[in-house]
Unconditional design. Structure first.
Length: 616
């Protein structure tokens, strides 16, 4: 696990050591075990290293091929690298290290850009191909590892974080007000957009080719998961592939720990991993003093049952003191409040291990969110709402037939209402008059996801929408940034490619049979070791007591007051001060308005830290 950066200057002076060194230094937290840079042919590459596989200096990066024509900077782990290495050795390739990094180099040399279709794991990398005079960038199938890139008139740059891209010499990028509207909708900014106009996220399962003359080809998708399978997967298939996946993702030359929430997903991973380990594994969990939010009791019970060495910690509202620094660290507005407990559990784990397994992705792969159940139980608009929409359209109050179809549950916005945090009318009131066109622009990611998901039915539709949007944009972005802040690698074994392809073919009865609990196939994995009460309790999630922590008298309220009531935040250049204050006053009066207030607080903190950015 590492940090990567690079720049191709095709116009003007070539990149120098100082520029790439500054970009690489901004990634020190992602790779505290070492760093290096390389400059050749107007291309500069940087790398910071967190040693997990092959701890020798020979595996350091940027790694160069024997003929000197290929140079690689790579972040992540290739879980099936041993199988690929054997195949490449049989084809005549000679290896100098035991690392997965060298496997990528040889795989590209032999199979070209098609090599990514053979990788199972989590990765973001760039290969400078000096023979073909091009850069080849790729991101893993699920979007576990981040990859940002910036395109300007005389250069192309990429990095693991937005902060590293801000170290490129020259004026800062322009801010995007449209992306702020996306943030208010979803609590994150969906790919390929970022908070900056000229900076993009490479979407999951995509590659990008950039010629040395500066020509940037459109990103190309190399893999896509379809949740419209034939329902042929059996419980035996799940048991077999899940065990194989955990085994693959445990491969490391350092001890591996476990994030254990006490929920079904992490407990499944912990159960399988503990059987494969020769020594008791360390498990880490976070709880809260507020009733109704903490699962620490369940995590401790799971650890005792599985014979794990347990480390738990209770956090309180004063932990919000880390919020300004954490907001800055994400590089753009990011409103998932569970980033705070993720930051804390990562810090706790890093004091003992360098890498942990997690259960992230289990809800998307096996069907576990409440919104999935609401959808399959007829959660579209009611008949009364449909009549209301038809009347609005006839009266000219809706701008297009698309708005009617979305409202009736036949377009991308039908799903958006299940995942939206600030709805259209609320955003219209928040924006100043000159910016009220922004809520009308749909997210290209949600439109594309809908075009694919509508081929599925039932829960498959929900799973597909979340797999393409919420999982990479919110869940995985949250975990990567919060954990790598502490130099901790998190491995989501539930997102193994083979496991996902098997899970996508699950019949509905192995996902959901009614009620408030899904993931039937995972329940059955645990039924020999845990009681039905433990397995079938309702999903709790990983939220924080947001309303309590931001109520009057708490640290969160002090932040709200300073930034949104008495301060002169940059937000008021774009948003109506009176409407922002109205949201805060509603929260002060005890109304449940915390999700809107939280997003405004995060946005104000980010804007304060980035006051040099010009928005349009």
């Amino acid at each position: 696990m590492c940090g990567i950066a690079g720049i191709l200057r095709h116009g003007g002076p070539p990149p120098g050591e100082r520029e790439i060194a500054a970009m690489t230094a901004a990634l020190d937290h992602r790779g505290p075990d070492g760093s290096a840079t390389r400059v050749r042919d107007r291309v500069a590459l940087g790398h910071t290293r967190l040693s997990i596989i092959d701890l020798s200096d020979a595996a350091s990066q940027p790694m160069v091929s024997e003929d000197g024509n290929l140079a690689l900077t790579f972040n992540g782990e290739i879980c099936n690298y041993r199988e690929l290495r054997r195949e490449l050795e049989q084809a005549g390739c000679r290896f100098r290290t035991t690392s997965d990094t060298e496997v990528i180099l040889h795989a590209y040399a032999r199979w070209g850009e098609d090599c990514v279709g053979r990788f199972n794991g989590m990765f973001a990398f760039c290969i400078a191909d000096h023979g073909a005079r091009r850069l080849f960038l790729a991101r893993d199938h699920a979007g576990i590892k981040p990859l940002y890139y910036r395109v300007e008139g005389d250069y192309f740059a990429f990095a693991s974080t937005l902060g590293a891209l801000r170290k490129v010499e020259g004026p800062p990028p322009r801010g995007s007000l449209q992306s702020i509207d996306y943030f208010l909708r979803y609590q994150y900014i969906p790919a390929p957009d970022t908070i900056y106009h000229s900076v993009h996220k490479l979407p999951p399962a995509h590659t990008l080719t950039v010629e040395f003359d500066g020509a940037v080809q459109p990103p190309e998708r190399y893999w896509r998961l379809g949740f419209n399978g034939d329902g042929t997967t059996t419980q035996a298939d799940v048991d077999r592939v899940l065990a194989a996946s955990v085994d693959r993702w445990m491969t490391a030359d350092v001890p591996v720990g476990i994030f254990l929430s006490g929920g079904i997903d992490s407990t499944c991973v912990a159960s399988l991993a503990s059987r494969m380990s020769d020594i008791p594994m360390k498990a880490f969990s976070i709880g809260f003093s507020e009733a109704g939010y903490s699962e620490l009791e369940h995590a401790e019970k799971a650890a005792r049952t599985l014979g794990l060495e347990f480390f738990g910690e209770v956090i309180k509202g004063t932990t919000l003191e880390v919020l300004p620094e954490l907001v800055e660290h994400y590089g753009e507005p990011f409103g998932d409040a569970s980033a705070i407990p993720t930051w804390h559990v990562s810090r706790l784990a890093r004091a003992h291990v360098k890498t942990v397994l997690s259960g992230d992705g289990g809800d998307e792969a096996f069907g576990g969110y409440d919104r999935f159940f609401a959808w399959v139980n007829g959660g579209r608009w009611s008949r009364a709402r449909r009549r209301e929409l038809a009347m609005d359209f006839r009266a000219g109050r809706l701008k297009s037939m698309r708005a009617v179809l979305d409202g009736l549950g036949f377009g991308p916005e039908a799903w958006t209402r299940f995942v939206c945090y600030t709805f259209y009318p609320q955003r219209m009131r928040l924006w100043r008059p000159e910016h009220r066109h922004l809520p009308d622009t749909p997210s290209s990611l949600f439109d594309a996801a809908y075009g694919h998901a509508r081929k599925a039915s039932g829960m498959g539709y929900c799973q597909s929408m979340d797999f393409e949007t919420y999982l990479p944009g919110a869940v995985l972005a949250k975990v990567d940034t919060a954990s790598m802040y502490h130099g901790l690698e998190v491995r989501p074994a539930m997102l193994d490619r083979e496991l996902l392809e098997v899970a996508a073919k699950l019949p509905e009865e192995l996902k959901y049979t009614g009620g408030t609990v899904g993931k039937v196939a995972l329940q059955r994995v645990l039924e020999n070791d845990f009681s039905p009460e433990f397995i079938r309790r309702r999903k709790q999630g990983f939220g924080i007591p947001r309303a309590d922590w931001t109520s009057p008298g708490q640290l969160g309220w002090e932040m709200l007051t300073d930034l949104l009531l008495t301060g002169s935040s940059p937000l008021f250049d774009w948003l109506e001060r009176s409407e922002v204050e109205r949201h805060v006053r509603m929260h002060e009066q005890g109304l449940d308005n915390s999700q809107h207030v939280w997003l405004l607080l995060v946005l104000a903190l980010w804007a304060e830290k980035n006051s040099d950015i010009v928005f349009q």
